[in-house]
Design a protein around this ligand. Structure first.
Ligand SMILES: CC(=O)N[C@H](C=O)[C@@H](O)[C@H](O)[C@H](O)COP(=O)(O)O
Length: 229
């Protein structure tokens, strides 16, 4: 599906995005498995799906919802769609929205975020989501031309504490200082967290682990039982 910004935003507005990711070496690390989980999430009302890796993006390309694609790669601190080459490959694989590292850290190919977005736009008709880790990232990503700002990297880039639950304070700050639509993402572990993120100003909410990562969900229950014994 080729989406204009207005179309994408109207489909995502107030919606739940479900991030379907398994990590290297895990039992569910298989594009067919991720596609089945994505389909199940859409059946439950997901407005869009976020997936990692070129094969996973291809595997969900027939879904009737926007696909936010990314490619985690490399051993640099910047690992979410770290270079222009990665961003173009994600777009070629069929993502409607390309999620890229939206921090102010040096990128492995030496391009700035603004250069990356501009050059991606020259070759591909896609939208860009900037995965930010702080307000300063979000302000810079907006100036660099990102279509959607995300709080994805809050707690992971060294600028913000790793909050228990979503970084509600950052959501409020970005809402106050930026104009681009804001996706709340990261450690949204319950429907109450999702509602709080919306109330704080997010136009859409992305949930991964709490819906699609059974190993972590299982560990939450195991810990809860262990604490009572
Ligand atoms: C920091 C990082 O690498 N975040 C990744 C971004 O794609 C994913 O591993 C997360 O699962 C995703 O952001 C959703 O967050 P949560 O799983 O907390 O609901």
């Amino acid at each position: 599906m080729t989406l204009t910004l207005d179309e994408a935003l109207s489909r995502l507005d107030a919606g739940l995005v479900v991030s379907c990711q398994a990590y290297p070496g895990e039992p569910m690390r298989d594009p067919r498995t991720m596609a089945q989980i994505a389909r199940a999430a859409v059946a439950g009302g997901a407005a869009a799906i976020r997936v990692q890796g070129l094969d996973d993006i291809r595997a969900v390309s027939d879904l009737d919802v926007p696909v936010i694609g990314l490619w985690k790669d490399g051993d640099s601190d910047v690992f979410i769609t770290p270079t222009l080459l990665h961003a173009r490959a994600v777009a070629d694989a069929g993502a409607d929205i390309v999620a890229i590292d939206g921090t102010r850290r040096a990128r492995p190919d030496g391009l700035s975020l603004a250069e990356t977005i501009a050059q991606l736009r020259q070759s591909h008709d896609v939208l860009v989501m900037a995965d930010c880790g702080s307000l300063d990232d979000a302000v810079a990503a907006e100036a660099a031309g990102a279509d959607i700002l995300g709080t994805t990297l809050s707690g992971y880039s060294g600028e913000r504490p790793k909050t228990i639950g979503p970084d509600i304070e950052l959501i409020g700050q970005i809402r106050e200082h930026c104009r681009r639509p804001l996706m709340a993402e990261g450690r949204i572990h319950s429907p109450a967290d999702a509602a709080a993120a919306r109330r704080a100003g997010a136009f859409a909410v992305c949930v991964g682990t709490a819906i699609t990562h059974p190993t972590t969900i299982t560990s939450w229950f195991v810990e809860a039982i262990t604490e009572t014994s």
